[in-house]
Design a protein around this ligand. Structure first.
Ligand code: CTP
Length: 400
């Protein structure tokens, strides 16, 4: 499930707008994700980007006309049958109008009438054109056909206008395409994920924290979005960009994380706490920088709120997943935390193993379930592990 493009055939339709150069980047993202991409261009698109570019990068012939000499096959029908997803990026006002009205006067429009796979339309045009009632009406018609419209971004356009009309970022289109090809087993569910470390301030220039990178939590957030969930991500300070389409709250201290998580909790069906929350914070925060006068310095610490335990006390029918980072007695410690925090599942990893833990891109974990089951997972990339965990969370959800 974490490789939605594996063995999939994507038809990438390119129509004639300046944003056609961005579909080259989209093609790269798709082929990197192991998709087989067939590009179909309109005559006007060739004016912006040559078919040779798409051919070289896809490794497949590019279709630019319905009939080609020496080709006996009915190509648009064959290609349509083999397509798992059709994406038109950029989609001009012209192609949107034709598709909404069933006009088939070139290779791309003819192909699109024959396609039965899901369709994504990514409009890109001048703001006034985009806002014209005719274009909006045609987009409504396409939406009525069940096509997914990828809203254009707002910004300054190549024509000098400022407003909506800029082709959505290729990474965003890619992510939405991944969602279309991924089973939506978290649709209509809200998943609250915490990630990263917290920082507990000692004085204006110093804090106590830990080495959590946030990677596991961000991977879980993105994976849950792909599977159709609304995702609320509460993260401590990390150097990672917001996952696309997540509602992100950036906090600093354990106390801020507690306030934010408890405020967001009522909406959540699933809560996954990957955050490495500080267990202790300085009793006092010095208002001024502490100067190096004494030979020794002691800082007194006090306990922070155990957020997960607090949530566990108000669990209701939510699915609660905790993480446990252990250096010893993994099984005993994990089972004890599972019970003490009223969890459904705890994900335990041994800190100090190579390829595992805080900053790594991979992780090896053992899962302990409330019903006593125990499952060791092999070393996996964190995004693959995110899907493996969600595979195990979905059956724990009460019926929607
Ligand atoms: N956690 C939390 N709030 C805290 C501390 C931890 O919500 N103040 C959550 C973490 O997000 C994680 C789980 O509790 O999901 C386990 O964290 P861990 O630090 O490994 O365990 P602790 O319960 O803090 O126990 P110890 O530090 O003694 O190992």
């Amino acid at each position: 499930m974490h490789e939605p493009f594996h063995n999939k055939t994507i038809a990438l339709g390119v129509s004639g707008g300046i944003a056609a150069y961005k579909s080259v980047e989209l093609l790269r993202l798709l082929t990197k994700a192991e998709a087989r991409v067939r590009v179909i261009m309109t005559a006007n698109a060739k004016w912006f980007v040559g078919p040779g570019t798409f051919q070289a990068l896809s490794g497949l012939p590019v279709c630019t006309s319905v009939f080609e000499e020496g080709d006996a096959s009915i190509r648009h029908i064959d290609w349509a049958r083999e397509t798992d997803l059709a994406v038109i990026a950029p989609a001009t006002a012209n192609i949107i109008g034709k598709l909404a009205n069933g006009i088939a006067d070139d290779a791309l429009t003819t192909f699109m009438l024959a396609v039965t796979a899901p369709v994504m339309i990514c409009p890109a045009m001048n703001t006034h054109m985009y806002e014209h009632p005719a274009v909006q009406h045609n987009l409504d018609i396409l939406q009525g056909f069940g096509h997914r419209i990828v809203e254009p971004d707002a910004g300054s356009l190549a024509c000098g206008t400022v407003g909506p009309g800029r082709l959505a970022a290729p990474a965003d289109i890619f992510e939405q395409a991944a969602g279309v090809l991924t089973p939506q087993d978290l649709k209509a569910r809200t998943v609250l994920v915490t990630a990263g470390p917290t920082r507990e301030t000692i004085d204006p220039v110093r804090f106590v924290s830990n080495a959590s990178s946030g990677k596991m939590g961000f991977a879980l957030a993105q994976a849950a979005i792909r599977r159709g969930a609304r995702v609320i991500l509460v993260t401590g300070p990390v150097a990672l960009p917001d996952p696309l389409q997540a509602e992100v709250h950036r906090v600093t201290s354990a106390a801020e994380m507690a306030d934010c998580v408890l405020a967001q909790m009522p909406a959540a069906d699933v809560i996954i706490k990957t955050a490495a929350v500080a267990d202790y914070r300085p009793v006092q925060t010095a208002e001024q920088k502490i100067k190096k006068t004494a030979d020794r310095l002691s800082v007194a610490f006090e306990r922070t709120t155990d957020i997960l335990k607090t949530i566990g006390e108000q669990k209701a029918n939510r699915v609660l997943v905790g993480f446990a980072a252990e250096t010893q007695h993994l099984q005993d410690n994990a089972r004890q935390k599972l019970a003490a925090k009223n969890l459904d599942l705890i994900v335990a990893n041994r800190i100090g193993e190579s390829g595992s833990g805080f900053a790594a891109d991979t992780n090896r974990v053992t899962l302990f379930f409330r019903d006593g089951r125990e499952e060791g997972l092999p070393l996996m990339a964190k995004d693959a592990l995110a899907h493996a965990l969600l595979d195990r969370v979905v059956p724990l959800l009460p019926a929607a």
